[in-house]
Design a protein around this ligand. Structure first.
Ligand code: PLP
Length: 384
């Protein structure tokens, strides 16, 4: 219960809502409550706000506004691509990387029950999807490919453009989950050469429960939620206007301040990583190109969950493994895919910095980390 005094270093799990974003949302939570489908003035103003947000998102990722389909978040966008595209095909082959978020990995696995073949792409020891393996996987006909742009645990940036080029040669639909890349590296739909891309607002200082699937207009998708035909029939349900407005504002903010966030978080990340390494931590993905805010490491002799709990008590919010699987004690699938031994993987701690973190916080964290690690080591020594 660190409350307001706790230093928050878990921005890959979620980010605080930006004050300016909140200010843009507030009118749509109060007086501008119209349904964007209504014909009257209330509805027209809501529709205008939704259209403006669609444009803000489109500008950030270099697409036409009509390519942006609003959904409830990254999870739904990934499900919509996999399940929606597969629904228009006879069972075929789907290729995904071995380090995808569960909201790609599980729907892909689910297709196997429907007669599909699933091929997982391996990574190298640094957590980069292996291009030779992608080439081998796409030597056989495939229907769908999904490879994330930046991994949520390691932060490693994936060779999506190269894999998309291979997929295009095979006339295979290519999707990327860009949730962790947005706002941290330039994300350009056209330059990546993908046919579909997943975005989420709450990782870029926007509200939770809103995201988008950005689509190539030629990609046929069967909706997974049926109803009144909103979002060009691809996602029914009354638009969440305040959240959509917040998503748009967060995209504009991301475009404006990406460079400064990259600079400040990179500095904090590098100091923290050097400090952790000096204490004996092994840093994952350190040799690969990574998003600037993330460091992921483990002490061979210390359990990650325990370390996270102790750091929480000391006033620092960090994550062990992926946030979404923090209730299970299974070692991270991403680390196992990288060939990390399960025992070491169980020690993994992720520190992900954000816009408001300071050098003082990072210094204090290193002190606390040093003290906690020494204490846990003494306890282990006594137990043995
Ligand atoms: N994809 C990645 C890589 C993520 O890190 C996350 C969130 O943890 C998601 C998808 C899910 O996004 P959302 O929380 O908007 O459903």
């Amino acid at each position: 219960m660190g409350g307001a005094m706790q230093a928050y270093f878990d921005h890959n799990a979620t980010t605080p809502l930006d004050e300016g974003v909140l200010a843009e949302m507030l009118p749509f939570l109060r007086e501008e409550y119209g349904n964007a489908s209504s014909r009257h003035d209330f509805g027209t103003r809501a529709r205008r706000a939704v259209n403006k947000a669609r444009e803000q998102i489109a500008v950030l990722v270099n697409v036409q506004p009509a390519q942006v389909v609003f959904v409830s978040g990254g999870t739904e966008a990934n499900n919509l691509f996999i399940r929606g595209a597969a629904a228009y095909m006879k069972p075929g082959r789907i290729v995904v990387s071995a380090i995808e978020h569960p909201c790609v990995a599980k729907p892909a696995q689910d297709l196997v029950r429907q007669g599909w073949k699933l091929r997982k792409l391996v990574t190298d020891a640094q957590g980069r999807v292996d291009l030779a393996d992608a080439q081998a996987a796409l030597a056989e006909p495939a229907n769908l490919v999904s490879v994330m742009l930046a991994n949520n645990e390691t932060g490693v940036i994936q060779p999506v453009a190269k894999i998309a080029a291979m997929a295009r040669e095979q006339r295979t639909w290519m999707h990327t989950d860009a949730v962790q890349a947005l706002g941290k590296i330039p994300v350009d739909f056209a330059a990546l050469g993908v046919h579909a891309m997943t975005l989420s607002a709450h990782k870029i200082y926007g509200p939770k429960g809103i995201g988008a699937l950005v689509v190539d207009k030629r990609l046929e998708l069967k909706p997974i939620i049926h109803g009144g035909g909103h979002e060009s029939g691809m996602r029914s349900g009354t638009e969440n206007v305040p959240a959509i407005v917040g998503f748009g504002a967060a995209c504009e903010l991301a475009a404006r301040r990406m460079d400064s966030i990259v600079r400040s978080t990179l500095d904090l990340r590098d100091r923290t990583e050097q400090g952790a390494a000096a204490l004996g931590a092994q840093v994952f993905g350190r040799g690969a190109e990574r998003i600037s805010n993330t460091t992921y490491f483990a002490f061979p002799d210390i359990d990650g969950e325990t370390l996270v709990i102790e750091l929480d008590k000391a006033g620092f919010a960090v994550a062990s493994g992926a946030a979404c699987s923090s209730t299970s004690t299974e070692p991270s699938a991403t680390l196992l895919a990288m060939g990390v031994a399960p025992d070491l993987a169980r020690g993994a701690v992720r520190v992900s910095f954000g816009a408001r973190n300071t050098a003082v916080e990072a210094e204090d964290f290193l002190q606390a980390l040093g003290a906690t690690v020494s204490r846990l080591r003494r306890l282990t020594a006594v137990a043995v």
